[in-house]
Design a protein. Structure first.
Length: 307
């Protein structure tokens, strides 16, 4: 293994000493959170003429190398997603998600049969600006607040039609390295905020000047998305309750209908037949009974007289 590395080092040294070397450098400013392609050289080199390509990276986070070679295995000591791609004779370095930590010097060392080329790229990062602003009422005074997220940190100043005291400025930095600068300006009594403008600038000139006006009180903004959500929820509940009520009414009507229609089909228990009771003779033949009684009385009276 040691012999292999020694032979490789001797070969690379021999190539470096004997090739016709060309060098150069340039600066590139890149916005964070983007996919970046760093071009090694504008000269197109076909693979059959290529010997090796080495990207030497010296960033804020670490120093590492990525290389490809015709007669040797590729190697990558960065292990962070950066890769070398070959397209049309160009051997570029791809940074999939550029961050502030990737700032630094990137050196591309290309060796081919006709010579060699070394290009050093000084890469810097920038972000923003993202501006927000609002008004605050505190202790009987009105304050204008302007907040800017950017990299490098922004410089904030106010444009007003009146004289004002120095604003309060606070600065912080998030995990990505992006700065948040906030400026609070106290407005004079009875001063109108309509002509008030917040201006953010970058001392490094990586991004252009940005302005923000038409500030409003933070608590007075109408949250239309919340209102719309409430209206939709109310309509859904009303529709659901109406549907349930209609279904209940229909089920009730169906139950009454079933009772009316099916009551005639329900078998009634047989009625008990009463045995006819013999009626009294007087109830059946009242006149004949009367005559019979009269005759009986008459005959009794006649018998008493004859005696």
């Amino acid at each position: 293994m040691e012999n292999k590395w020694m032979l490789r080092s001797v070969f690379v040294l021999f190539v470096c000493l004997t090739r016709n070397l060309t060098s150069g450098s340039r600066n590139e400013s890149i916005e964070v959170d983007n996919r970046v392609t760093l071009l090694c050289t504008s000269r197109k080199i076909i693979w059959s003429e290529m010997i090796y390509v080495i990207w030497k990276i010296s960033s804020k986070e670490k120093n590492c190398r990525i290389a490809v070679a015709v007669n040797d295995t590729d190697f990558d000591t960065c292990q962070d997603g950066k890769i070398i791609i070959s397209a049309g004779g160009n051997y570029s370095l791809i940074i999939p998600h550029f961050s502030i930590k990737d700032e630094g010097n990137y050196t591309c060392d290309v060796s081919y049969r006709a010579g060699g080329y070394v290009e050093t790229i000084h890469v810097s990062a920038w972000a923003g600006p993202k501006m927000t602003g609002w008004l605050e009422a505190k202790g009987g005074h009105t304050f204008a607040v302007c907040e800017v997220q950017s990299f490098p940190a922004a410089s904030i100043h106010w444009e007003t039609p009146w004289n004002f005291s120095l604003p309060e400025t606070l600065s912080s930095r998030d995990a990505r390295g992006v700065f948040t600068v906030m400026s609070r300006l106290q407005l004079p009594q009875n001063a109108s905020h309509k002509n008030l403008t917040c201006v953010a600038t970058d001392s490094h000139a990586k991004w252009s000047e940005a302005q923000l006006n038409k500030l409003k009180f933070k608590g007075n903004s109408v949250k239309w998305h919340f209102i719309l959500l409430g209206v939709c929820a109310t309509c859904s509940i009303v529709t659901l309750l109406t549907g349930l009520y209609i279904m209940r009414e229909k089920v009730g009507q169906l139950s009454v209908f079933k009772k009316i229609c099916c009551s005639s089909q329900i078998s009634q228990p047989p009625k008990e037949e009463k045995t006819p009771q013999p009626r009294d003779t007087e109830e059946v033949e009242p006149y004949a009974s009367y005559v019979q009684r009269i005759n009986s009385i008459y005959n009794s009276s006649a018998d008493l007289c004859n005696a």
